[in-house]
Design a protein around this ligand. Structure first.
Ligand code: SF4
Ligand code: ZN
Length: 323
């Protein structure tokens, strides 16, 4: 009978998508966590006593992320002060369900949670934005606003790092998308484990396969929200994902190879880099006079003849914690 390639005694429960090795349940959980710990240590993500924020959406990635970071924080003695931040985009039938799951997990992990809504921050829910911007642009608006909302949340809880659940599949897709669009400026940034900005974003799942995240959630019986957003139509990312899945059929290494290829791209020193400025409207870090969220909000206002600026009263600098 075949045995687990790690402990050599137990019956294998799976063939690891990442390594192709046979693995029993206990060894899988152990090595899955150890590899994430290695990424955290190799990239020196945290310092003792640091306050960190985990962006949690209720989906598999961020649910497993919160669970593993909390577990490693205790077992490896990171000394982190962990806060959870959830963003309510205002998508009925989708986000309301996941908020319930987030609250349950926060309680289970005994971690403080803050929930920020698009309505409060930007004056509109996604359900109100989509008829104005068109469903084909919904993910652009949602992505820009969510990114800024997470920064806002991290700032509110005085976090010095924002931990996100981007996994190896997401990163490989982003590398390939940037490559296909010829966006070479973004290529090196997409593989960086620590992103820029006022509050750096760190990605402990940089080398973690999505399939293994699902396995881990199943083995640990974690509860996560699994539904597709009604506005997720025809995203370019979906095509790139299928392309990578096809490549993986022939070669499981394809995913990591794409990430490594991205890591080899370096922008020459004489190439002009994006500026790091503050938005003149809201103070958020950006590369132009105004940040993307403010530009999109203005566009919504203009196209819909709204005279009163929506959401622009949000200030990102020196603001008191409203809690
Ligand atoms: Fe937002 Fe698009 Fe994701 Fe829906 S699919 S939550 S609109 S980014
Ligand atoms: Zn702005």
């Amino acid at each position: 009978m075949k045995k687990c390639n790690y402990c050599k005694t137990e019956k294998p429960a799976l063939k690891r998508p990442k390594t192709g090795k046979l693995c029993c349940k206990n060894c899988f959980i152990k090595y899955f966590e150890e590899e994430i710990h290695e990424t955290i240590i190799n990239y020196k993500f945290f310092t003792q006593g640091e306050t960190v924020a985990i962006g949690i959406s209720g989906g598999k990635d961020s649910t497993v992320l919160a669970h593993v970071i909390n577990k490693l924080n205790i077992s490896k003695n990171y000394g982190l002060n962990i806060k959870l931040i959830a963003i309510d985009e205002g998508i009925q039938g989708y986000r309301d369900g996941s908020i319930e799951t987030i609250e349950k997990n926060a309680k289970l992990l005994n971690l403080p949670l803050i929930i920020l809504s698009f309505k409060d921050l930007f004056g509109l829910t996604m359900d109100e934005i989509v008829p104005k911007c068109g469903i084909e642009n919904s993910c652009t608006y949602c992505g820009v606003f969510r990114r800024q909302a997470l920064d806002k949340g991290a700032e509110m809880v005085k976090a010095t790092k924002l931990i996100t659940g981007h996994n190896a599949d997401d990163i490989a897709e982003t590398v390939l998308m940037n490559f296909l669009r010829g966006d070479f400026n973004r290529l090196p940034i997409s593989v960086e484990p620590i992103g820029g900005g006022d509050i750096p974003r760190v990605k402990p799942f940089k080398y973690t396969y999505e399939k293994e995240i699902v396995m881990y959630a199943r083995f640990c019986k974690l509860e996560y929200f699994c539904a597709e957003c009604t506005y997720a139509v025809g995203a370019y990312r979906g095509n790139v994902r299928s392309l990578i899945k096809d490549l993986e059929l022939d070669r499981t290494q394809s995913l990591i190879d794409i990430i490594h290829s991205g890591e080899f791209f370096k922008i020459e020193e004489n190439v002009k880099q994006r500026d790091c400025l503050k938005c003149e409207n809201c103070g958020h870090v950006c590369s132009n006079k105004k940040c993307k969220a403010c530009i999109l909000l203005e566009k919504l206002n203009k196209e819909n003849n709204i005279n009163k600026p929506i959401g622009n009263e949000i200030k990102y600098n020196n603001e008191e914690n409203p809690e």
